[in-house]
Design a protein around this ligand. Structure first.
Ligand SMILES: Nc1ncnc2c1ncn2[C@@H]1O[C@H](COP(=O)(O)OP(=O)(O)OP(=O)(O)O)[C@@H](O)[C@H]1O
Ligand SMILES: [Mg+2]
Length: 270
């Protein structure tokens, strides 16, 4: 069963820390022998059930940070904890969604979503129930035997989200998951993601280029500087939930987006 939130309020103030990024540096050696300092002294705590968006100019190290949090890459200095565990390798309890839905073309929707279960062993009745629940939640009911080439971009991304949620990860890490979608699909995916998060109480680290998207969906927005990527400021988004697109016309929305754009300077994209 999906974990239910018993209130529509934002993250509890005293919630335990789900992700701890502590003084992380990342240096990439290059063939020319010149090292690239991609991340510099990045620290960020994300509480259980909290939705944190990370924005920053292209090349500032957002994907690098995401890979380090997921255990797909190692920090040069500093450490990352998910729950109480030091991250050393990709963990079972982290769901990852990449910019382009990475689906296996020879598997149908059902096979793609159940992939993490199949990789671990045999499907149980509970897995089938959870699959049906996720299909319903993402409005993909009736599409379970379709193949990726039969789906729209938004549908593929929803399948990727279902797959990431299949094993009830304590943490969902998303790297510009809606970057390739048109504006309308993107807005409806934002609303759907907020609904899914409210229903599952997932902790989310969400990377985006879009300042408006970050303010619409996040509890806090971490703004990064250009390379070497540092956290310039973390902004609390004090807009009550549930939220919908009317958020865009709030005075507070403009205050937040203006502040973030100031921090990003001329490099802001959206
Ligand atoms: N494997 C690597 N080897 C060398 N340099 C790398 C490597 N991966 C990333 N970099 C460099 O580190 C910096 C940060 O890259 P990263 O992909 O994390 O940026 P980003 O913020 O995700 O950018 P974008 O918004 O364009 O996706 C860039 O300068 C990039 O060239
Ligand atoms: Mg990136």
């Amino acid at each position: 069963m999906l974990k239910k939130l018993n209130s529509t309020s934002q993250t509890e103030l005293n919630a335990p820390v789900a992700v701890k990024v502590a003084s992380v540096d990342k240096i990439f050696p290059t063939q020319s022998g010149q090292n690239i300092l991609a991340l510099k002294n990045v620290s960020l705590d994300i509480k259980e059930g909290e939705f944190v968006a990370v924005v920053g100019p292209s090349g500032c190290g957002k994907s690098t940070l995401m890979r380090i949090v997921c255990g797909l890459d190692r920090a040069t200095n500093g450490s990352v904890y998910v729950g109480n565990q030091l991250v050393r390798a990709p963990g079972d309890d982290v769901g990852v969604v990449f910019q382009n839905a990475v689906l296996l073309p020879w598997l149908d929707v059902r096979g793609n979503i159940l992939l993490p279960v199949d990789l671990k062993g045999r499907r149980s009745t509970a897995d089938e129930e959870r699959l049906q629940e996720l299909l319903k939640m993402t409005r993909l009911e009736g599409f379970d035997s379709k193949y990726p080439f039969e789906l729209s971009g938004g549908m593929k991304q929803r399948v990727a989200i279902c797959r990431a949620l299949m094993c009830e990860p304590s943490l969902l890490v998303m790297d510009e998951p809606f970057g390739a979608l048109d504006a309308m699909t993107r807005e409806s995916m934002n609303l759907e993601l907020m609904r899914i998060c409210a229903e599952t109480n997932a902790t989310v680290m969400f990377i985006t280029h879009s300042v408006a998207e970050a303010v619409l969906i996040a509890d806090r927005v971490a703004v990064m500087t250009a390379r070497p990527g540092e956290i310039a400021e973390i902004i609390d988004i004090d807009i009550p939930r549930p939220r919908d697109l009317s958020v865009f016309s709030l005075e507070r929305f403009n205050v937040y987006t203006t502040r973030i754009r100031e921090l990003l300077g001329a490099e802001t994209i959206v």
